[in-house]
Design a protein around this ligand. Structure first.
Ligand code: GLN
Length: 303
């Protein structure tokens, strides 16, 4: 099947509560999505959705919600119920990709019980709950690595709450670090295309495969396709702005006739992610996961 696009591909990302929930560089995740789209000629528009704003699901292709301290989470929990619940549920049931980090993740599950104060009721998207066991219980802080989809994810976590999954499927299994609760080796949760995780702002910068997974889900959902043929101007990557880019990534997504198979590219043209994978492997090494680090570097043909 041939797809006919005369316009460049475009996506709109709804960034929930950018002023309240933005810890440990959470916005780095959005910057990474923007960079990866830009390199491929895909237009990514980012729209902030604050307290009091309604969430119209038809206006977005992806959603992001970051982490925050307890005092910031409380008004957000209220607003999620008052202004966003119906739109957010509709989006998620319609398979919109959602990335929810730490405090945002906790509020997409059933409830967060802080060390002090009343429970914050969440939306129950993830069949899970979170309890902060008090100031004497150490926080879960540090670098973290988990298995995901036949590969690894790496990042940084810092949370007091412990999340327990009921029927929710975990994002992955902890290799090093704390994850959901420092007890059962699970990390994060998945419901349809919604992903909850404790990994903060370095998640998508250091995990290009996960960033592209989210973009691929968004493009597939919006354009209803598995693969977009892209015009390949040249097959060799070229040097540009100090980084190498596939020429396919720089071409316009315009195609009128079927091309021979060697001139079509996958839905997302590959980028040169050498730096990203080196950062990923460095973190694995720092955590003592030398075999995993070597596997990644071999797979990416870096060593
Ligand atoms: N306040 C929550 C906790 O400590 C979330 C923290 C965060 O988002 N980093 O568990």
């Amino acid at each position: 099947m041939t797809f006919h696009f005369t316009q460049p591909l475009s996506l709109t990302l709804g960034h929930l509560y950018p002023d309240q929930l933005n810890l440990y560089g959470d916005r780095g995740n959005i910057m990474t999505l923007q960079w990866r789209c830009q390199q491929r000629g895909i237009h990514l528009r980012v729209v902030g959705l604050g307290i009091g704003d309604a969430l119209a699901p038809d206006e977005y292709d992806l959603l992001f919600i970051g982490g925050g301290q307890d005092r910031e989470q409380a008004p957000v929990a209220q607003d999620l119920h008052d202004m966003k619940a119906i739109g957010l549920w509709a989006a998620i049931e319609d398979d919109m990709p959602v990335l929810a980090v730490c405090g945002g993740y906790q509020l997409l599950a059933h409830y967060y019980r802080p060390a002090d104060g009343p429970d914050m009721h969440g939306l129950g998207v993830f069949d899970a709950w979170t309890i902060h066991k008090g100031a004497q219980t150490p926080r879960c802080i540090g670098d973290v690595a988990l298995s995901w989809n036949g590969s690894t994810l790496v990042g940084f976590e810092n949370h007091g709450g412990r999340t327990y999954l009921r029927t929710a499927k975990p994002l992955g299994r902890i290799l090093k670090g704390f994850g959901n609760n420092a007890e059962d080796h699970t990390e994060g949760a998945i419901y349809r295309n919604a992903y909850g995780t404790y990994l903060h702002g370095s998640l998508l910068p250091k995990n290009p495969h996960f960033a592209d997974h989210l973009l691929r889900l968004a493009l597939q959902r919006k354009y209803g396709m598995q693969d977009t043929p892209l015009v390949l101007a040249e097959s060799e990557p070229e040097k540009r702005n100090g980084r190498r880019h596939s020429r396919a990534a720089l071409s316009t997504n315009t195609l009128d006739t079927a091309l021979p198979s060697d001139t079509v590219a996958p839905l997302l043209a590959p980028l040169d992610d050498t730096l990203e994978w080196e950062a990923h492997a460095a973190l694995l090494e720092r955590l003592g996961l030398y075999t995993e680090a070597t596997t990644i570097l071999h797979r990416q043909q870096i060593i």
